[in-house]
Design a protein around this ligand. Structure first.
Ligand code: F3S
Length: 288
């Protein structure tokens, strides 16, 4: 039996950078005389182990704007998802220290929507309306943005009064689905400019996962239960391989492999730490 681990499994560049930023801040605070408490605005990644490790090192997670408003001092690390302009302004107004670890690919979307909405365009975000990245993007638009996630929503778009539309995407959105939605939009009479802001890391991870899953007898997808990019990986892999399992860590893995299983594929979402991937990989390699 063969085990194939996707090269693109695990932390993407932006998440790695954000997590490292928090650890750097912890180290910096050890060296200064007047210590400031460190907070992250929302969990730094969708991974309970990492968040817990940071918590043990004194980093607290701010869950809401209200919690931020209640602070008197501290360092606020912004995660890779980014935040809206209003939150940036609030941090500044309160005199807190802002350490911005927004992924540059997300920051690029902020710049686009800020500029295009200021020029009078209607911003249309293709993505999950409840996702913090989308919330953040909305927060850089001059006028209210509209978020579309499904074909039905795109078809039902009431956009008669819109002059020009600027379409962007959540970085972790499925590339094929994005194209399908754009096609629907293009069939209508709307005047639209489309910027594909899907991150390459996601695209590569999805393409590689799909290929491995199409050849594998069993496919394992590792990632946080709340991680949307991991859920999408699971969706893609399930379409190719009927025996696809979604686990958070080795503890969730209930694997029974018959002799007919030739290939087990493994991939992991953007916020899955290397040690968890290694653990699963070693287990599958050694136990079967
Ligand atoms: Fe950034 Fe892409 Fe990761 S947008 S946070 S490198 S998935």
């Amino acid at each position: 039996m063969d085990v194939r681990l996707a090269k693109s499994a695990g932390f993407c560049f932006g998440v790695k950078r954000a997590v490292e930023t928090v650890y750097e801040q912890i180290e910096k605070q050890k060296k200064v005389e007047k210590k400031l408490p460190i907070y992250t605005y929302g969990p730094i990644i969708h991974n309970e182990q990492v968040v817990q490790d940071l918590e043990e090192k004194g980093v607290r997670v701010l869950e809401s704007r209200e919690e931020l408003e209640a602070l008197q001092e501290g360092i606020i690390v912004i995660r890779s998802h980014g935040i809206g302009k209003d939150i940036c302004e609030l941090i500044e107004k309160k005199g807190l220290v802002c350490v911005d670890a927004t992924c540059p690919f997300v920051k690029r979307i902020h710049t686009i929507v800020e500029k295009e909405s200021a020029a009078g365009k209607q911003i249309l975000i293709i993505g999950n309306p409840g996702h913090p990245e989308v919330e953040g993007i909305k927060g850089w638009c001059d006028s209210p943005a509209v978020t579309v996630e499904s074909e039905e929503e795109m078809r039902n778009l009431k956009a008669e009064e819109w002059k020009e539309i600027c379409v962007v995407s959540q970085t972790t959105f499925n590339y094929n689905k994005f194209q399908e939605l754009v096609e629907i939009l293009k069939k209508s009479r709307y005047n639209s400019s489309v910027v594909n802001t899907i991150c390459n890391a996601t695209e590569e991870r999805q393409t590689e996962a799909k290929k491995i899953a199409s050849e594998a007898d069993v496919m394992i997808v590792i990632g946080g239960a709340h991680s949307s990019n991991t859920r999408k990986l699971y969706e893609i892999c399930s379409g190719e391989c009927a025996r696809t399992c979604f686990i958070q860590s080795l503890a969730d893995l209930k694997l029974e492999l018959s002799d007919s299983v030739r290939l087990v594929g493994i991939t992991a979402g953007a916020s899955t730490p290397n040690n968890i991937i290694e653990e699963v990989q070693n287990y599958v390699r050694n136990e079967f």
